[in-house]
Design a protein around this ligand. Structure first.
Ligand code: FCB
Length: 449
């Protein structure tokens, strides 16, 4: 007789799926909303694949009720989504747009009725364009603009939102938006990058302080982490791996938990690193209630003096399974990075707030079914990696798959599909993929299927 394996996941483990406002909602200017930097960026020729924009996306703005029904059918316990700052403050600050608040109130009510717990991200990359005109993340005042917006949203929704996230992936905001120019606002300037970084951290601190004044639930933040492994044991590659790790994994967590940026990062930027008032760190390092970690892949690193800042590059692994974004499937990296976070920053509650994969999995011409065995494999192996972290003593509280729906993958437009639900963009028809069915059953078994 075979005994069923015991689940490592605690009984109240939060299983969910994640999305972001600009990637799914569409109608970015509806009902008095203002343009954001992503509206601008995606409407600038040459910036996105195929010129794709979030104008329509998954039309979630009009179909949110059906989408919540879909989440219920899937058996999700939680849903992580972003509020668009541009809907609440069309000019970024000053005048509140009531219709924007009303949209999210309806969504939250619908989730409540379906018994699905919301986890709300305040900033998932779409800054109001009017604030970008004032310097955006380069203007020190952005911290108080963000706190003003956050306070309005806390006041409106704290009675129905048990968990808040200040920023999604500040590393990507700076690295993609201010250093390499591949994401909005599309700057390439290594003098700007550390300024944007520090203002993101200050904005986090200001929104956190504002929450402690008016909020009653939990607040945390979300970083994307990527463990770095050396391509060889040469001194050069080991040093490059150390730099990459400091740049990506410690740059944002060190100020949050230790009140300073890593020395390696300060050195990397050299004369571009600004003088920072030490009092800024008092607000940045206030305690958070939980940390969200987005994990997609690892990186195998070699020394590469041609690369700006990091002077390191990634070495593709020949035998690996890779997604259509060329990201290597490496589940053990998730265990490694979760264990590392606990060891370096302490035993706080952790959530995997994003994890998933883009694969090409078109609907069957015969019956329209969407079979995506590679995504099932991806989820299965990564969820097992979270289970392994729990066995190794990490305080894991939840897991969110990226993404609920196929959606607008930023500068890649609609060409990359991450959903556990397929979206036919011509008709907006949703079809649950086999990964979605698999995920629902796995949730019912709390990690065992
Ligand atoms: C993360 C983003 C998310 C999505 C995934 C694939 O970096 O937070 O919006 O684009 O990558």
């Amino acid at each position: 007789m075979s005994t069923k394996p015991k689940t490592p996941f605690p009984p109240d483990f939060l299983w969910g799926a994640a999305t972001a406002s600009y990637q799914i909602e569409g109608s970015p200017l509806a009902d008095g909303a203002g343009p954001g930097i992503w509206h601008r960026f995606s409407h600038t020729p040459g910036r996105t694949s195929n010129g794709d924009s979030g104008d329509i996306a998954c039309d979630h703005y009009h179909r949110f009720r059906d989408d919540v029904a879909l989440m219920r059918d899937l058996g999700l316990r939680a849903y992580r989504f972003g509020i668009a700052w541009t809907r609440i403050y069309p000019e970024g600050k000053g005048r509140v747009n009531q219709a924007g608040l009303d949209f999210y109130r309806r969504l939250l009510d619908e989730l409540h009725a379906a018994g699905i717990q919301p986890l709300v991200t305040l900033y998932h990359w779409d800054l109001p364009a009017a604030l970008d005109d004032l310097g955006g993340w380069l203007n020190r005042d952005v911290a108080s603009w963000f706190a003003e917006y956050a306070t309005t949203v806390y006041r409106a929704f704290d009675d129905r939102v048990p968990m808040w996230v200040t920023l999604n992936e500040p590393w990507v905001v700076t690295d993609g938006g201010y250093l390499h120019g591949v994401l909005a606002p599309g700057h390439r300037n290594h003098f700007e990058a550390p300024i944007a970084t520090h203002n993101l951290m200050r904005a986090h601190g200001a929104a956190l302080a504002a929450y402690r004044a008016v909020g009653k639930n939990q607040i945390g933040t979300v970083v994307n982490l990527e463990p770095k492994y050396p391509a060889s044991q040469s001194d050069e590659d080991l040093a490059a791996t150390r730099r990459s790790h400091a740049y990506m994994n410690e740059q944002y967590l060190d100020p949050l938990f230790r009140g300073s940026y890593p020395d390696e990062v300060v050195k990397m930027f050299g004369e571009a690193w600004p003088k920072l008032p030490s009092s800024d760190f008092d607000s940045i390092r206030q305690p958070i209630d939980f940390l969200g970690i987005n994990y997609y892949k690892r990186s195998v690193v070699r020394n590469d003096p041609q690369q700006v800042i990091e002077r390191a590059s990634h070495v593709p692994q020949p035998d690996a399974i890779r997604t259509t974004l060329d990201w290597e499937l490496y589940p053990a990296g998730l265990t490694d990075i979760l264990v590392w976070v606990k060891e370096r920053y302490g035993d706080l509650p952790l959530y995997v707030t994003e994890n998933g994969a883009a694969f090409y999995d078109p609907p069957s011409a015969v019956d329209g079914a969407v079979d995506d065995p590679l995504r099932v494999h991806y989820l299965q192996t990564h969820i097992a990696a979270v289970g392994e972290a729990i066995r190794r003593g990490v305080n894991m509280r939840g897991y969110f798959v990226w993404s609920l729906l196929d959606n607008y993958e930023w500068s890649h437009g609609y060409s990359k599909r991450f959903g556990i639900v397929h979206v036919d963009y011509a008709t907006q028809k949703r079809t649950i993929k086999s990964s979605g069915r698999w995920y629902g059953e796995m949730i019912r078994g709390n990690g065992i299927r």
